[in-house]
Write a protein that binds this ligand. Structure first.
Ligand code: ATP
Ligand code: MG
Length: 627
């Protein structure tokens, strides 16, 4: 258990305030209306989840609203989940409420501790607090605001007995085939089960027989008795309990019957005093059953009123991204990507390794809005949010991704052999307080391969040597400024035996250094980046593009949809001083802006101790992707 004093909340609140005001959405309107009407003002809170009596004995609920994020711990979280986390935790934060992190672990077969831990870490990392008190040594499940649905199995069973006793449920012993055939379809009403009219006493005895292991798996289910002719098929006597002999990670072998999700979920919400239960649109048809069930249990005095209310919103869909766990698993298992945290994956682990920050993801969630109808958000909006968050805070450095050597041939004559000229630049031009960084310019430097052309194309403003122009007249070598350094003029090029360029030759123009009075004495049209060949640190750059070339992936075979050029690797150099800064942040690398090149983050899966310096490109400086 972590006992760190890291407070995601305070940092997140400050960052979000910097990044802009919140926008309205229909869920905010619902909450504001409820607060104004005092819909939930009289609820009481027993200090922990519980039934009606437990809460009645408690205090007025100190939380103005309660929301919950209810993941099934059966996989890694992705961008869609981030949206759900944001909706639930952010609404609670904005309206004086509390959000519960609830592990929906009612299905005995699928959950794993590894996922429980990673989900908890993601929620914290995104900037949300899941507990008030971090008590060292206290096991996780006793801490406030982290809940496990399986802790409510006793109540759920009691609710099933109550429904049976009050004639609202029955044990159905039809075969699964009969049940399916008798359910009807959209056009045909269902048929009542021959077991539907057994007496409550008979049903109760059968339920207890189920519970006590006297019936085989699949031999019977408990069904709510509602209406086999309902136009909403979900109300045609839905199953609420099934027999399944499986060991549950929390309750072990205590139960051989388990509640169905549609029965469990409303009860979990009610026991936890949830006010607003937000879910995705596919649950809209379940809402009548949600309301029916809670109304019955309130009538019986089992639960506190008023009940929670379910609201549906459209899933987040982002172009060029898939957010289905099944598809993501396929990408990993078929080795299209390098694991769940591959920087091209839309998992939170992947986005984080790519350089996405919690503030950027929150800003994206805020901007992408909440609506009742689906639609696609452009991938550019995701990158836009990252750029907008990073630009004011990311530190700057110079880097050269595709290096070409350049020699300043008059250096020794001008400054003396071995001279290193001190240069400086702001760590962040938007933030004077961040201070300056310092580096040195010498006789040999690395420049970007594309900043030199032996024969310039029309309009090319960077380095080129003296040559004969298209009009047959001789042209001078071009002058450019070395960023934060001198103006230089290209004088020629040295070739290898194979004709490739070994070195670009240039001369420094004296008295033109940036920041000195002579800086403007020579006008140039181009400025280029560079790093000193004497001290730059070699680095690998992983240049990522979208994983899918198609806008709406998931409709065809993976192989047809994947972008074959989603990763390109370059080997170059970074400004010498960067290494020391990186060493200081080894655990949690922050993204940097490599000037003119984009935002990069040190790859967290390649520790500095390996001696390798690997950077992942988070995004470019502007939206430059062409379909
Ligand atoms: P998947 O379809 O990828 O398996 P899931 O919905 O089954 O996801 P859960 O663990 O049940 O995964 O999800 C937890 C919460 O996250 C649910 O409330 C679910 O509605 C929400 N959620 C999942 N994907 C999205 C999405 N794309 N947009 C918004 N919310 C989502
Ligand atoms: Mg699910």
């Amino acid at each position: 258990m972590s006992t760190s004093t890291f407070s995601p909340t305070a940092t997140a609140v400050a960052e979000d305030a910097e990044n802009g005001a919140k926008s309205s959405n229909f869920l905010r309107s619902v909450i504001e209306e409820d607060l104004q009407q005092g819909t939930y003002a009289r609820r009481r809170w027993g200090g922990s989840p519980g039934d009606g009596a437990h809460h009645a004995a408690g205090m007025p609920d100190p939380a103005k609203i309660r929301t919950r994020f209810p993941p099934e711990p059966n996989g890694y979280l992705h961008l869609g989940h981030a949206k759900s986390i944001w909706i639930n935790f952010q609404m609670a934060r904005d309206y004086g409420g509390v959000c519960h992190l609830r592990f929906d672990d009612t299905n005995p077969e699928k959950e794993e501790q590894e996922y429980v831990d990673s989900i908890r870490d993601v929620v914290h990392w995104l900037g949300y607090e899941t507990r008030y008190a971090d008590v060292p040594g206290q096991p996780d499940r006793e801490q406030p605001h982290i809940y496990y649905a399986s802790d409510y199995f006793d109540f759920m069973y009691r609710a099933a007995e109550y429904l049976i006793e009050s004639g609202h449920a029955y044990v159905d012993e039809q075969t699964p085939e009969e049940m399916r055939a008798n359910r009807g379809d959209f056009a045909t009403p269902g048929k009542n089960s021959p077991f539907r009219d057994r007496s409550p006493a008979e049903n109760l005895a059968r339920l207890r027989a189920m519970r006590d292991g006297q019936l085989a798996d699949g031999a019977a289910v408990v069904r709510a008795r509602i209406d086999m002719a309902s136009p909403n098929i979900n109300l045609r006597d839905p199953a609420i309990y099934r027999i399944r002999r499986a060991t549950h990670h929390n309750t072990g072998d205590k139960w051989c019957i388990y509640p169905m999700y549609t029965f469990a979920h409303p009860i979990e919400d009610a026991l936890e005093n949830i006010t607003h239960s937000f879910c995705t649109l596919e649950f809209e048809d379940q809402r009548p059953f949600y309301d029916w069930l809670l109304a019955r249990l309130c009538e019986g005095g089992l639960l506190q009123t008023p009940s929670p209310h379910q609201y549906e919103f459209a899933r987040l869909n982002v172009t060029h991204i898939i957010t289905s766990k099944r598809r993501l698993r396929q990408l990993v298992e078929e080795s299209h990507v390098d694991g769940w945290d591959d920087p091209r994956m839309p998992t939170i682990a992947g986005l984080r390794r790519r350089g996405y920050t919690p503030a950027a993801l929150r800003l994206f969630c805020e901007r992408s809005g909440v609506s009742k109808s689906g639609g696609w958000i452009d991938y550019a909006a995701l990158e836009g949010a990252l750029r907008d968050v990073l630009d004011p805070v990311a530190q700057r450095a110079l880097a050269v991704l595709e290096p070409l050597k350049l020699e300043l041939t008059n250096w020794d004559a001008l400054f003396g052999t071995g001279h290193l000229e001190a240069c400086s630049a702001p760590l962040n031009p938007h933030d004077e307080a961040a201070g300056q960084r310092h580096f040195t310019l010498g006789r040999e430097i690395w420049i970007e391969r594309e900043d030199f052309m032996e024969v310039p194309s029309k309009g090319y403003r960077r380095l080129y040597p003296p040559h004969t122009g298209g009009d047959g007249n001789p042209k001078e070598g071009n002058k450019v400024r070395l960023k934060y350094g001198y103006v230089i003029q290209c004088t020629g090029v040295e070739k290898n035996a194979d004709g490739s360029i070994a070195k670009v030759l240039a001369e420094v123009i004296a008295d033109t250094k940036s920041g000195t009075p002579g800086a403007d004495s020579v006008k140039v049209k181009g400025v280029i980046g560079w790093v000193g060949a004497h001290d730059a640190a070699p680095a690998e750059f992983r240049l990522y593009e979208r994983l899918f070339k198609v806008e709406h992936p998931g409709e065809a075979e993976l192989a047809e949809e994947l972008n074959p050029d989603s990763l390109r690797t370059a080997r170059g150099y970074v400004e010498a001083g960067l290494l020391a800064a990186l060493q200081a942040e080894d655990e949690a690398p922050a993204p940097w802006q490599f000037e003119r090149l984009g935002y990069f983050v040190r790859d967290r899966s390649t520790p500095l101790a390996t001696g390798q310096l690997v950077f992942n490109r988070a995004c470019g400086l502007k939206d430059g992707w062409k379909a």
